[in-house]
Design a protein around this ligand. Structure first.
Ligand code: JFB
Length: 229
């Protein structure tokens, strides 16, 4: 079974939103598993310290390698990828998410403070990944985002196997606009083509809207979109 093991000093925040909706039902029904490991359980001193002052001085605190090393050793004895959520990591992509969802699961290390001691990254083979170019206060929310992105791809977790969003993204396009009833809302109609019943015409309209939105909003995606073999 696909398993996510999350190492954190905030174990109470899990499963959080991962316990709701379809991902939560799939968790309850055993389609995937979540282990939450409290890093503090691997501290040895009276105060259960997990951090210390930075070598060389400077602001903030750094997560200790000894405590984190023991936590990783206890949580991860198998071959799952070990990822460290970090603002300096490689940006996460849908392609990477698909690869991770097809594997055995994940071991996710959530840091806090200014970061973690560099030596534990090397010694435990942690790969740094980022969920985007903005700064969070810790790895937990990033870990939830990554797990959510993977779990929704597991067989049987979501209803339909390929949503329009997936198909669009696979083609390097943003999604076309969606509408539902009422047909007229606050003076705004649904585009007439969608009411025509002409499925070829509807598909062509959606395609051209997806292309227009991608050109306008994400010239970066548009420039590098996959072109058929
Ligand atoms: C992840 C984190 C911090 C260093 C650390 C642990 N996309 C992302 N932005 N921020 C994070 C992230 C991911 N993934 C992230 C883990 C930690 C941020 N911090 C706070 C702030 C600045 N520099 C500690």
């Amino acid at each position: 079974m696909w398993r996510a093991s999350v190492l954190t000093i905030l174990p109470d925040v899990f499963p959080g939103p991962l316990g709701a909706s379809l991902a939560g039902k799939a968790l309850t029904s055993g389609a995937w598993a979540l282990d939450v490991v409290d890093i503090r359980d691997f501290a040895t001193d009276r105060h259960r310290s997990v951090d210390d002052t930075p070598a060389g001085g400077g602001p903030g605190m750094v997560m200790r390698p000894d405590v984190l090393g023991r936590a990783i050793d206890a949580a991860a004895t198998d071959k799952r990828p070990r990822l460290l959520l970090s603002p300096r990591g490689a940006p996460l992509t849908q392609e990477r998410v698909e690869t991770l969802a097809h594997g055995p699961g994940l071991v996710l290390v959530c840091g806090r403070f200014e970061g973690i001691d560099e030596r534990v990254i090397a010694a435990r083979g942690l790969e740094e990944v980022s969920i985007g170019d903005y700064v969070l206060s810790g790895g937990e929310i990033a870990a939830m985002a990554l797990i959510d992105a993977c779990v929704r791809l597991l067989p049987g977790v979501m209803g339909a196997p390929a949503s329009s969003a997936e198909e669009s993204f696979a083609e390097g396009l943003l999604e076309y606009p969606h509408y539902t009833r009422p047909q007229l809302w606050e003076g705004r109609p649904i585009p007439e083509v969608l009411l025509s019943g002409d499925h070829a015409k509807i598909a062509a309209w959606r395609r051209s809207e997806a292309e227009r939105l991608t050109r306008e909003r994400r010239p970066d995606l548009w420039a590098s979109r996959p072109r058929g073999a």
